[in-house]
Design a protein. Structure first.
Length: 131
């Protein structure tokens, strides 16, 4: 149960951090490019890479703290960090082909899924407007 709450607290903090930091960046740099999301993805990946390597190399971070910071905070902050980490692990393991398939597949299929979500929402809106 401690692990559950550690992840929940971390995810809440990560999500709130993402919202306010991205909004502040967008407000400062303008909305012509998604700078906020780009910064969140990069900083989340940097943070997850550091936390995973550090936590695995030292007993200084408990299982609950590691889960709160990685799965919780980084997961709430950006799931892109998990994607980046998993791709890098495949590369480090010499699985270049799998890393390429995972990387390209994640981007292309996610874009397609987002497009499909747009289409379903558009159809639902049109359906509701008819009635």
């Amino acid at each position: 149960m401690k692990l559950f709450w550690a992840i929940a607290v971390g995810a809440a903090a990560g999500g709130v951090s993402r919202f306010y930091l991205a909004a502040a960046i967008q407000q400062r740099l303008g909305t012509s490019f998604p700078w906020g999301t780009l910064v969140i993805n990069i900083t989340g990946s940097l943070l997850l890479g550091f936390l995973i390597r550090y936590a695995m190399a030292t007993p200084a971070i408990s299982l609950e703290m590691r889960a709160m910071l990685t799965v919780g905070f980084c997961g709430g902050y950006t799931t892109f960090s998990s994607y980046s980490y998993e791709t890098l692990v495949l590369i480090e393991d010499g699985q270049i082909g799998r890393a390429a398939v995972y990387s390209l597949g994640s981007v292309v299929i996610a874009l397609f899924a987002t497009f499909a979500g747009f289409m379903v929402a558009r159809e639902l809106i049109a359906f509701r407007q008819r009635f």
